[in-house]
Design a protein around this ligand. Structure first.
Ligand SMILES: *Cc1c(COP(=O)(O)O)cnc(C)c1O
Length: 357
């Protein structure tokens, strides 16, 4: 399918070097859009000026949350190239979210082409500061103007991009996380493995309550017994025990992170034993009391690797590695960001070049 291109006649001011970008607040000049109608399939892929959508107030997505999304980044590389990190993984996960939300499958190859063309057209929006990137947000919404509860017959697939600042402004900093034991995020058979809006809506109250107690995020336990560790708000979690690196196994209620998958690969490359298995918060606490938890960290596109300095579980405060960044955590961060920005060799071919700078 041909991607139609309509360039803006009124380009916006681009951020100036040194300007504070924050996250997801500025948007580039263009966006990718494609429509779907039952019987017709996906049609009219196009890159057009960034702008508001026109939707019926009855649009399905607004009422019943039939939405999915992805999150990825474009990086300004060492040699002036613009790079993506494993975009094929994002679109294959989008299709797996689609399956769960009864949204039609998209053509992954077309999406990769779309994101590459969009980023190339808006390449001047890719920030060049250390650690900054162009955040890319593909998403799908159902748009049928019908209030009956049913899977949509009409959809929009859209990609918008947002120049965003470095997650850590002054180097990696350990975060303090609240172990949630009142609310749950997901259960097996639910939508936990899909990147869909409802999961985040359901997590906001817990996040807000954790913030009020000065914890930056929530660690979710399993939705049935609230015993097993699942994941943090938008990050998967890893614990370095003596002798093995443990991360909760994927069994349907955890989001299968691409940073998680990449981290497991690197840890195995380095000869470490990685166990994807169930781990209870009690087991972690006991191991930590015995001094056997050497490091803890989260993985996700936004922060890449986020050292966890402390977990608050009921009255218990678990501090890892004296609240400091562990050496394996630092090595993973340096290696992943090194590959993403084209500074290090890329033995698995994860980095995809969009264009020369
Ligand atoms: C996006 C997300 C992650 C991290 O996935 P990456 O592909 O590594 O960015 C983890 N957990 C949740 C709930 C997420 O939404």
């Amino acid at each position: 399918m041909e991607i139609r291109i309509e360039l803006t006649k009124t380009p916006k001011e681009k951020p100036v070097p040194g300007q504070k970008l924050g996250f997801g607040r500025l948007f580039s000049d263009h966006m990718f859009i494609m429509n779907y109608k039952t019987g017709k399939g996906w049609y009219d892929p196009r890159i057009v000026p960034y702008g508001d959508l026109s939707l019926s107030p009855a649009a399905l997505c607004l009422h019943y949350g039939q939405t999915v999304f992805e999150g990825m980044k474009a990086y300004y590389g060492e040699k002036g190239d613009i790079l993506l990190f494993r975009p094929d993984e994002n679109f294959s996960r989008l299709n797996s979210s689609n399956r769960r939300l009864a949204i039609p499958q998209i053509d992954e190859e077309l999406c990769i082409r779309g994101v590459k063309e969009l980023v190339e057209i808006d390449k001047d929006w890719v920030p060049r500061e250390d650690g900054a990137s162009l955040y890319i947000r593909p998403f799908i919404i159902s748009t049928d103007p019908v209030l009956g509860v049913h899977p949509g017959d009409e959809y929009l697939f859209i990609i918008i991009t947002s120049p965003s600042g470095a997650y850590y402004e002054s180097g990696l900093e350990p975060v303090k996380i609240y172990v949630e034991s009142k609310y749950v995020r997901a259960v097996r058979g639910g939508t936990g493995m899909a990147k869909t809006g409802g999961n985040y809506a359901a997590s906001l109250l817990a996040q807000d309550e954790a913030h009020q107690q000065n914890y930056s995020q929530v660690l979710w336990l399993d939705g049935v017994e609230q015993k097993y560790i699942e994941e943090v708000g938008a990050m998967n979690v890893f614990f370095v025990l003596d002798g093995e690196v443990v991360t909760p196994e994927l069994h349907g209620s955890i989001l299968p992170g691409i940073t998680r998958k990449s981290s497991i690969q690197l840890l195995k490359d380095w000869g470490l034993k990685v166990s994807e298995r169930r781990i209870t918060i009690e087991e972690l606490d006991r191991a930590n009391d015995q001094g056997r938890v050497l490091e803890a960290f989260g993985t996700g596109t936004a922060a890449v690797i986020s050292p966890i300095g402390e977990l608050k579980w009921g009255e218990k405060q678990m501090v890892f590695n004296g609240g400091k960044i562990g050496s394996l955590t630092q090595r993973l961060y340096d290696t992943l960001t090194g590959i993403q920005y084209g500074r290090l060799p890329d033995p698995h071919g994860w980095s995809v070049t969009v264009c020369k700078g």
